[in-house]
Design a protein around this ligand. Structure first.
Ligand SMILES: NC(=O)c1ccc[n+]([C@@H]2O[C@H](COP(=O)([O-])OP(=O)(O)OC[C@H]3O[C@@H](n4cnc5c(N)ncnc54)[C@H](O)[C@@H]3O)[C@@H](O)[C@H]2O)c1
Ligand SMILES: O=P(O)(O)OC[C@H](O)CO
Length: 347
């Protein structure tokens, strides 16, 4: 009997979405007292050698494009419609590149259960009409459901191979019980979940570290060495913290220093992430980021360049660029206004 058990759905099936489907799918079986075994996963349909990606995933139990070589549990079912995935869900994970969230939420509006609880794993921000929002807030506003956030030092390919890592769930004040439910969805002996009452801090660390990772990639491309990279990371962490303190209320200092979402994610992204890799190639090849994204990422999406542009737009609207010289330089270099070698002269 699985009549009153909680149903989980996943909106997104890229590199991280597929890795998290593996973890959550297995935990649905492990905690079968609480959860319905079937997990529906929304897949943005595409054709691979003439066959639909959803059909391949459901037949082979592998996302051959975005997470090749890693088995996805058989209780995870790929569906090509976000609405079909989400409509019966009690728990709804959002894990797509941030540029697609607005259109997905407008499709889902009014079609999910009023009691659904959401969780955002998106590393990005929305800048609109001179305001900045984290995606947990965007989702809450667009869908009218409560939304927590998960972020951490989580390179998807490593997590998918069950290599040890930690992550952080940020929850709203008074919602510790909800966070404990999400803990049960994700925690495994190899993927250890910490909880912190700080949705904004967790979300912003995840978004802003991608901008710092671009700067770290520039230093790698320039061959400036480890000291320069450490300096850029330190300055980046200070700008992340200042930005949160200046523009958001209630972000906790310990989120930066004591959680996986903070310093640990900054370190892993600046050494092993896609943003770093593409930024190094940007310096070495002179190719643009859109070209490098296509050539190097096989359909996966860069978040840092777009986030740098959005953060710059927001700071410019407030005349505050000079308070954030590293964030500003990353945008100016990515958009071709500065040379990469000029990065530190503006700090
Ligand atoms: N990959 C990682 O290591 C990792 C780790 C932690 C967090 N994240 C974050 O998780 C989020 C999702 O990242 P990811 O790695 O799963 O994605 P990804 O970079 O693999 O992006 C590709 C996904 O985008 C989908 N897509 C393309 N066009 C679309 C459209 N028009 N509408 C909807 N979907 C479309 C593709 O089908 C595919 O599922 C991002 O915010 C990312 O920063 C990624
Ligand atoms: O590959 P990146 O640069 O998008 O970073 C991936 C994750 O966010 C690391 O935690």
């Amino acid at each position: 009997m699985s009549g009153n058990k909680l149903r989980l759905a996943i909106i997104g099936s890229g590199n991280w979405g597929s890795a998290i489907a593996r973890i959550a799918g297995r935990n649905m079986i492990r905690h079968s007292d609480t959860f319905h075994p079937e997990v529906r996963m929304y897949v943005h349909e595409e054709s691979i050698n003439g066959q639909k990606l959803t059909e391949i995933i459901n037949a082979k139990h592998e996302n051959v494009k975005y997470l090749p070589g890693i088995p996805i549990p058989e209780n995870v079912v790929a569906v090509p419609s976000a609405t079909a995935a989400a409509q019966d869900a009690d728990l709804l994970i959002f894990v797509t590149p941030h540029q697609f969230i607005a259109s997905i939420c407008s499709e889902l509006k009014g079609k999910i259960k009023p009691s659904t609880q959401a969780l955002s794993m998106i590393k990005g921000v929305e800048v609109k009409d001179g305001n900045i929002n984290i995606f947990a807030d965007v989702i809450e506003k667009l869908l009218g459901c409560k939304c927590s956030a998960l972020s951490g030092a989580n390179i998807a390919n490593e997590v998918a191979q069950d290599k040890f890592s930690e992550t952080t769930i940020g929850y709203r004040p008074g919602e510790h019980e909800k966070a404990e439910l999400w803990f049960k969805v994700f925690d495994t002996p190899f993927f250890r979940v910490g909880l912190v009452e700080d949705v904004a801090g967790v979300s912003l660390c995840g978004a802003l570290k991608n901008v710092v990772a671009i700067a770290a990639g520039f230093t790698d491309g320039l061959g400036w060495g480890d000291n320069a990279k450490a300096a850029v990371m330190r300055i980046g962490l200070m700008e992340m913290k200042s930005f949160c303190e200046e523009f958001f209320e209630g972000v906790k200092a310990e989120t930066f220093t004591e959680t996986s979402a903070g310093i640990a994610d900054l370190i892993t992204t600046c050494f092993g992430g896609r943003n770093r890799k593409c930024a190094e190639a940007f310096v070495k090849t002179g190719k643009s980021f859109p070209v490098l994204e296509k050539e190097l990422l096989n359909g996966q999406r860069l978040q840092g360049v777009e986030t740098a542009r959005e953060v710059y737009t927001f700071l410019e609207a407030r005349g505050r660029q000079q308070g954030y010289p590293l964030f500003t330089a990353v945008h100016q270099i990515s958009s071709g206004d500065y040379k990469p070698s000029e990065m530190t002269s503006h700090l």
